[in-house]
Design a protein around this ligand. Structure first.
Ligand code: EPU
Length: 422
């Protein structure tokens, strides 16, 4: 078991390099099941969700080879459907992409029910609705999702009842090799949806409209391999922007697409934080006094739900009372109890948190209850006086590439400690 120990109170200064985006990487990696060829993926983040995605592919018969720390070659010519190990797919939400990819290429799929962070109920009804529209019969048992399309995958019109990143990406994956044209309406517009479409188009797919709420996929007969670099992780970038603001430091966050960060930059500026956008970096400089703001999380281009816990930490340090309203997940407030241990004054009522700012947070022993909650604990610890210990950091390792090393390089007193298993 490992934990992170932070002695807080130091302002961060310097440059942080942002890695490839987790939620694009896992989708792109698992979509290679569609490909009858060899793919080289660059700018993959060194995180456990990527390792797990690659292990799932290997278990299915793919040949995966690491070329350098961020580049992998994946030969998916001989993958077999229905072979993704249950214990692996259960560890990760994104394993639902295996269903879309198996259906697309083999017209049949059997995959364990996906796992992931606990935000209350996480249905996959929109994914299933999409597979059924494309001609599959889908059957969900206690542990597995099984789907068969004996007559093949046929293009159709799909209207999602709610905006879902995963269902949109799965729809694109399942329809890429379909017979005919698929139109997805009320599609998610996140940058990772665009990245997946760009990747598949480089492999020969014919997808248009990604980044808008109507996506058109003209099915092709076969996808070939290619070399493709994953886009930078906007959530990782936002996490470092907030860490800079919370510690009163100045950071240049490098290797980013500033446009993807606009909703976060706008809120930080509203709080008094200074933001300078360059071509592929943003510079964050301190506010004289952090001002209160209200936030509502929404699908892209709204304020990202995956930045909600980190932003709540900053609001704990702001002058006055702020409200954070969660517009995507039913329950994303499990971090609140941990933050309260550090002296935060937060009340949750339904899907709204009311945060009363304070001068300083204090150190404590806390847990990373999920991935972004863990990132929030790190930010809180960096800003707090004294030594904070964060347990259950495997959640953080699922999505942050070398967060300890990156923060240490910009002046944080942070280390990873291995505790012998009992
Ligand atoms: N929803 C349904 N039915 C579905 C699918 C989703 O009702 O079939 C609902 C969900 O319950 C939720 C909302 O729609 O209320 C949005 O869910 P979405 O499908 O967009 O989420 P996801 O695809 O499961 C991805 C990210 C999450 C991120 C959300 C929202 C991956 C692997 N995960 O999840 O990332 O919070 O989109 O942007 O891409 C994270 O990185 O920390 C993380 C949790």
């Amino acid at each position: 078991m490992e934990k992170i120990v932070i002695k807080g109170g130091r302002a961060l200064h310097g440059r942080v390099e942002v890695s490839g985006m987790k939620n694009a990487a896992v989708g792109v990696i698992l979509s290679t099941i569609l490909i009858d060829g060899v793919t080289v993926l660059e700018n993959l983040p060194a995180i456990s969700d990527v390792t797990l995605s690659l292990q799932i592919l290997s278990s299915m018969g793919a040949v995966v080879e690491q070329i350098d720390p961020t580049t992998y070659q994946i030969d998916t010519r001989n993958v077999k459907p229905g072979t993704a190990p249950l214990e692996m797919v259960r560890k990760m939400r994104a394993s639902y992409y295996v269903i879309g990819a198996e259906l697309g290429r083999f017209h049949q799929s059997k995959v364990g029910c996906p796992g992931g962070c606990d935000f209350g109920i996480r249905p996959i009804d929109q994914h299933i609705k999409c597979f059924e529209a494309l001609g599959a019969a889908v059957h969900v048992t206690k542990h597995y999702v099984e789907a068969q399309a004996p007559d093949g995958i046929r293009g159709d019109q799909i209207y999602f009842d709610s905006v879902s990143v995963g269902a949109t990406m799965n729809g694109i994956i399942a329809a890429a090799l379909a017979d005919g044209t698929t139109v997805i309406e009320n599609a998610a517009r996140e940058p990772h949806v665009v990245d997946l479409a760009n990747f598949l188009n480089t492999c020969g797919a014919r997808i248009t409209g990604a980044g808008t709420d109507v996506i058109k996929i003209k099915g092709v007969k076969r996808l070939h391999g290619c070399t493709y670099a994953i886009i930078p992780d906007m959530i990782e970038a936002a996490t470092y922007m907030i860490a800079a603001a919370a510690t009163g430091g100045t950071l240049e966050i490098c290797n980013v697409i500033p446009k993807h960060l606009e909703s976060v930059s706008a809120k930080l500026e509203e709080m008094g934080v200074q933001i300078e956008e360059l071509d592929d970096s943003v510079i964050v400089a301190p506010a004289d006094r952090l001002r209160r703001v209200n936030i509502k999380t929404l699908p892209y281009p709204g304020f990202p739900t995956d930045v909600h816990p980190q932003m709540s930490v900053l609001l704990c340090l702001a002058n006055g009372i702020s409200h954070v309203s969660e517009g995507v997940w039913d329950n994303r407030f499990r971090y609140v109890e941990e933050l309260r241990r550090m002296g935060a004054d937060i009340e949750v009522n339904g899907k709204v948190a009311t945060i009363t700012g304070c001068e300083k947070l204090s150190c404590a022993k806390v847990r990373a209850v999920d991935l972004r909650a863990g990132a929030a604990m790190i930010i809180a610890a960096l800003a707090a006086e004294g030594k904070t210990e964060i347990d259950d950091i495997y959640h953080i390792q699922r999505g942050y590439d070398n967060i300890v090393g990156k923060l240490e390089k910009v002046g944080a007193d942070i280390r990873m400690v291995t505790i012998p298993d009992e």
